[in-house]
Design a binder for this molecule. Sequence first.
Ligand code: ADP
Ligand code: MG
Length: 685
Amino acid sequence: MSKGNIGVTTENIFPIIKKFLYSDHEIFLRELVSNAVDASQKMKTLSSVGEFNGELGELKVSISIDEKAKTLTISDRGVGMTAEEIEKYINQIAFSGAEEFVDKYKDDANAIIGHFGLGFYSSFMVAKKVNIITQSHKDGAKAVKWTCDGSPEYTLEEVEKEDRGTDIVLHIDEENENFLQKAEITTLLNKYCKFLPVPVVFGNKTEWKDGKEEETAEENQINDVAPLWTRTPSELKDEDYNQFYKDLYPMSEDPIFNIHLNVDYPFNLTGVLYFPKIKNNVEVQKNKIQLYSNQVFITDSVENIVPEFLTLLHGVIDSPDIPLNVSRSYLQADGNVKKISNHITKKVADRLAEIFKADRADFEAKWDSLKLFIGYGMLTEEKFYDKAQKFSLFKNTDGKYFTFDEYKDIIKENQTDKDDQLVYLYTTNVEEQHSFIEAAKNKGYDVLVMDGQLDNHFVNHLEQKFEKSRFVRVDSDVAEKLIPKESTLESQLSAGDKDDLTSVFSAQVPNGDKMNFIVAFEAMGKDSSPAIITQQEFMRRMKEMSAMQGGGGMNFYGEMPDSYQLVVNENHPIVERILADKNEAVGKEADSLRSKIESLNGKRQELEKAKEGKKEEEIEQAQKDELADVDKKISELNTKKTEVLSKFSTDNKLVSQLIDLALLSNNMLKGEALTKFVKRSIDLI
Ligand code: ADP
Ligand code: MG
């Protein structure tokens, strides 16, 4: 037996490991099993290149628990170690500037272990004593047992060992006795070792017999040694991909399609990514990609490793080139990680382009599920936008799909306004904006459906990308004015008529704290609606933006009432009838009031003129009084006129009926107002 001191430059690393690495204790198992797997694979390699001529036998890694002795053992039939190799690989660990580094990354065991290649020593996070019992494959090598209790002292002695390979025996300490439980170890093996390339065995399979769980004779193998992503794509069928998806995410619906990644230059990367069926809640579907390094599970939080929008994908990425056991901040700055991330983005875009080309009908059928993902990518990754604009689709209200270019060609003729801007009409709700969609279609316009979670942003984004184009929601104006062109219809109303009708309609619109209406007139066709409610595009978008940003200081737009226009069709027969009714009932009175107001206005202008060029103190008091008197009279007459017209409006059922119909087609007629409308409708019949 020999004794010695572990070669570290710092006094003693074990207290540091124990003290600082209080999180992530469980990764010791990953480290020890992957060492065992490495040793087994080296054995395979030696045999295949002819450097080992003995019996290779079955190469597997076994994990066992001895509850009485409180030990956990990881055994392999790999290359093993000679006494010299233990001295070299275990005892001499390069460890400089340790304390400083450990202090900095004390919450991140991965960083420390990765940085120093301390894989094996992570066993001291959970064990008070560790034995290595190992028999090298080398001819004539003697089996040795290394023992260390966590102090820098170790002992090394010759022992008998039946088989080639290594047993790592952990004497688990009191605080970590959970690692002596079968269930715990099963969970960890399933998490970290599910796809290791050498069989990993933990006890025997069990079955339920007479209400008891009993062991069978069959070994319990944890892993699939050749997981799907390591296999050749041409040998795999859709079913295989779907089955693997089910293995990864047992409760999920089948994915829409997959991308098999296989890169060996300029870095190594394999993997399979899946497009899941995206549901409404994006958040819960994020971060399901699993990251592996040579089939060893590393993490399932891939933020900063793949672009944000790709975190919506599911699946596996395996790369020995991602520096996996360093801390997150390391990862973000790492050049390789950026390259890999760009590459994945490119691959995903290429694959989508391929599917689009190969089977457009299928792509369209899947579009509704793909849309959120692609839109997200286009909004956040410039490079992805450039590729995706060739296969990203618009869907119109007839359920037809178009690429951006195709759509442009279709609307160019009819939807270019007088300033040569192309107007894209869209709806955010096919049901609620139905009457506007119909009106636009009657004018030969096409309407896009933009009812997705991100479409608000998407519309803004496209407006910046497309030249000489703008997006207009279909209910933001009457059909005649959605796309302003040179020719407009002649109006049939005089200025006086419009003035009166403004008062008549204003008296009945439901103005309040939350809503504010302005009455406007438009010469539309006789077949168009008599009255329509529109909401200004600009104001609506501002309000939507401020709603999305949530409350807080600058919520100026959010607090404004919603402002609408009641647009009255000057040429509609019902409006003509209201006008005729008005003329009959109060026409004379309104006219006489108006002519009085007009003559007073004339007088007012004269008085104003007389004031012109004079300073305030040069104006005579009598003059000032007279002007004030005229203003007062005008205001009184105006009030009177409004009263007369309002009275008429209240008595005239048609006015309320038209307004209610307009509200109804905007889904804005509710509660008591709706009840009244129904009653009035019956009366009118
Ligand atoms: P790394 O695996 O990064 O080299 P570790 O601390 O995990 O660092 O292991 C140190 C070295 O110890 C390994 O490189 C290997 O040479 C040796 N070793 C560890 N475990 C075994 C094992 N089960 N069989 C053979 N050699 C091993
Ligand atoms: Mg290791």
